[in-house]
Design a protein around this ligand. Structure first.
Ligand SMILES: NC(=O)c1ccc[n+]([C@@H]2O[C@H](COP(=O)([O-])OP(=O)(O)OC[C@H]3O[C@@H](n4cnc5c(N)ncnc54)[C@H](O)[C@@H]3O)[C@@H](O)[C@H]2O)c1
Ligand SMILES: [Zn+2]
Length: 284
């Protein structure tokens, strides 16, 4: 059964309540809260359905069928390494060579012939092209498969494998190959070390402000292939609900925070995501 799509009236009611409250408090200009649809579109034909805003959060599960293993496999290891060793600032300080080698290997994998976007990445790119409202794509993935499928403006909240940054200035560089013992930045004199542009545990994710802006007028929030273990991403569903948005989980199996979703579609991302996108585009 395709999910029942966002009920506009419910969401609109919530927006109207918020709008009235902010108007009363004289906060409209500060919060930039939009007029409810009924006021914005009062002169429009009733057949026109407001294009609504979708925020999508993807995790490692969407790339699993593209040949990139997920993180929290049953053994709790990431590609046979303890997470503390390869995904924390302490791990990097303790053994920078091991950490650079780990990310060099991950980067090299992205260039192998057998790694390519799957039908789920492609369906989301199609949704971005064809949906009339705003589609904000936030990913926890550090791979480039959304971009390779044609998605644009992807917010990589945990960084990107194909980028490195200066340890001193945080200047970001595109980086396709290995980081070697000789690799240095060009932003400092003397030149400094480079580190993977990846958000490790204990570090602040990238793009939180942009994500928060998207959440301000979210109507539908969809989490795909994420275990609901890693915060703040695991908390986005609650923020979306607080804004009156409908929430859907698409995953192999229910995630830890699954009780927070209105609907769940369970199975392979390569099957469930295209089905969901088809049904959504046919209804809007
Ligand atoms: N592709 C990548 O870039 C990549 C890969 C591994 C880990 N990571 C990093 O590890 C962290 C992992 O957290 P996470 O929640 O994204 O992933 P996770 O590995 O913790 O969870 C993966 C989720 O995907 C589901 N899943 C597995 N195969 C699936 C499929 N074929 N279809 C649909 N769902 C499937 C699992 O049931 C699970 O819920 C992130 O911070 C990310 O930066 C990234
Ligand atoms: Zn520098």
């Amino acid at each position: 059964m395709p999910p029942r799509l966002l009920s506009l009236p419910v969401c609109e009611q919530r927006r109207q309540v918020l709008w009235k409250k902010q108007k009363k408090n004289g906060l409209l200009s500060v919060l930039k809260l939009k007029k409810p649809v009924s006021k914005r579109q009062s002169t429009m034909s009733p057949q026109i359905i407001k294009p609504y805003n979708i925020v999508i959060l993807t995790g490692a599960g969407i790339s699993a069928e593209s040949g990139i293993p997920t993180f929290r496999a049953a053994d709790g290891l990431w590609e046979n390494h303890r997470v503390q060793d390869v995904a924390t600032p302490e791990g990097f300080m303790h053994d920078p060579e091991l950490v650079q080698r780990f990310y060099n290997e991950r980067r090299a994998v992205l260039h192998s012939d057998n790694i390519k976007p799957n039908a789920a990445h492609e369906a989301l790119a199609r949704l971005q092209r064809e949906h009339k409202g705003k589609v904000t794509l936030v990913t926890q993935n550090i791979d480039n498969l959304h971009e390779r499928a044609g998605s644009t403006g992807v917010i990589h909240m945990h960084g990107e494998l194909l980028k490195v940054r200066c340890v001193e200035t945080d200047h970001i560089y595109d980086w396709e190959g290995d980081v070697t013992a000789q690799s240095r930045c060009t932003c400092c004199t003397p030149a400094n070390w480079l580190r993977p542009h990846v958000v490790w545990f204990g570090e602040i994710p990238v793009g939180l402000e942009e994500i928060s802006d998207a959440m301000d007028d979210v109507d539908l929030f969809v989490a795909i292939g994420t275990s609901g273990n890693v915060y703040p991403a695991a908390g986005f569903v609650s923020e979306a609900r607080a804004m009156g948005a409908k929430t859907i989980e698409i995953n192999l199996e229910p995630a830890n925070n699954n009780h927070l979703f209105n609907d769940g579609l369970y199975g392979l991302a390569s099957e469930k995501v295209p089905q969901w996108v088809d049904s959504l585009l046919s209804e809007t």
